[in-house]
Write a protein that binds this ligand. Structure first.
Ligand code: ADP
Ligand code: MG
Length: 322
């Protein structure tokens, strides 16, 4: 099949349709209209076979995760995701694979109101790059820089299941078959917290999505806001499966450093507590208050667990070039 019919067949009409898209797939470049009073928020993420997924990972899951990790960046900025482009490098044209990939990408982009407006297609080792673009009211993007002493520190959802799944896959921990199946689903199919991010805009003082582990990501906020944080790890929201692993001699470190959670970690002023509880109820997304922002001290994150100071044994989150 020629490259053009591949694009027509698998890359056209993916996702939602926006009237603000003036030119989509098919021309030399896409053209979109940014409404006045709004700003464009842009992010890009790449997934490489052998690094982010294995040869066994299905096309359906690859497409889902590619979109989800990009959507999660929009969530962290408090932006409404609108458009995406896709750079697709594939070893050969396999219709089954492309079909599964394209329909999965269509489902998730439709679900979050994103339109695929362009991309590039090349031959090579399986590599997928998605660029996502969203809109935020002028001046309302949530950055990492404005946490201030006295703020509360929160995380959304549950933390640690994807990390525990990875540890089990790597043979570092042993889980029952049913537990592993459950946690694998949480690793493979992250749910980006886009609606929560939108509600946090104008309310949270800083926000980040948890991709490298909650500690590494909160450290980014602490550094960039020039503050410290005191974390009460007893408040960390863990699944029943993770608690069970803890009860059987497991460590909290995987939840703290494992990553791939794609939940939001954020800070907010104390007077927003009621507001945040209402938002959590309305969206049916649990949020947990896990600590406080402090004036800068020598250590960025000070942790307590079971009534004692806590330190992590296994180092910080995942780094590609460490
Ligand atoms: P050019 O040679 O100008 O780069 P291409 O042949 O790469 O054009 O692409 C033709 C059109 O198809 C462009 O509008 C481009 O954005 C779109 N396109 C190519 N590959 C993809 C893809 N994987 N997903 C979405 N759109 C794509
Ligand atoms: Mg091209």
């Amino acid at each position: 099949m020629a490259e053009f019919s591949l694009i027509e067949r698998y890359c056209q009409d993916i996702g939602s349709t926006h009237s603000s898209t003036k030119i989509g797939v098919g021309d030399d470049a896409a053209v979109v209209q940014v409404p006045s009073g709004q700003e464009l928020v842009i992010s890009v993420d790449t997934m490489v076979e052998g690094v982010h997924f294995t040869r066994q990972t299905s096309a359906e899951l690859i497409a889902h995760k590619l979109a989800a990790v990009n959507l999660s960046d929009m969530a962290a900025m408090g932006a409404r995701p609108m458009w995406a482009t896709l750079a697709l490098t594939i070893a050969s044209i396999e219709d089954n694979w492309l079909n599964a990939f394209s329909s999965s990408l269509d489902s998730i982009t439709c679900a979050y109101g994103v339109q695929l407006i362009g991309g590039d297609t090349t031959r090579g080792p399986l590599t997928l790059t998605m660029q996502i673009m969203g809109l935020v009211k002028e001046g309302y993007a949530i950055t990492r820089t404005k946490s201030s002493p006295g703020d509360d520190v929160y995380v959304s959802g549950l933390i640690g299941d994807p990390g525990l799944a990875l540890a089990a896959i790597d043979g570092k921990v042993t889980l029952s078959k049913s537990d592993l199946k459950l946690l694998r689903e949480r690793l493979d199919r992250p749910t980006p917290q886009v609606e929560l991010g939108l509600r946090l805009s104008g309310l949270a003082t800083a926000c980040i999505d948890i991709s490298d582990g909650v500690l590494a990501d909160l450290t980014h906020i602490a550094k960039m806001s020039a503050v410290g944080m005191q974390l009460d790890l007893d408040k960390l929201p863990l699944s029943a499966t993770y608690r069970n692993y803890l009860d059987n001699g497991g460590s909290l470190d995987i939840a703290l450093t494992g990553g791939d959670d794609y939940q939001l970690a954020f800070s907010a002023p104390v007077h927003q507590r009621d507001n945040l509880n209402t938002i959590a109820d309305q969206l049916n997304v649990p949020i947990s208050r896990i600590g406080k922002v402090t004036a800068p001290t020598g250590v960025l994150l000070e942790m307590r667990y079971l009534g004692k100071p806590y330190t992590v044994e296994s180092g910080a989150g995942y780094q590609h070039f460490s």
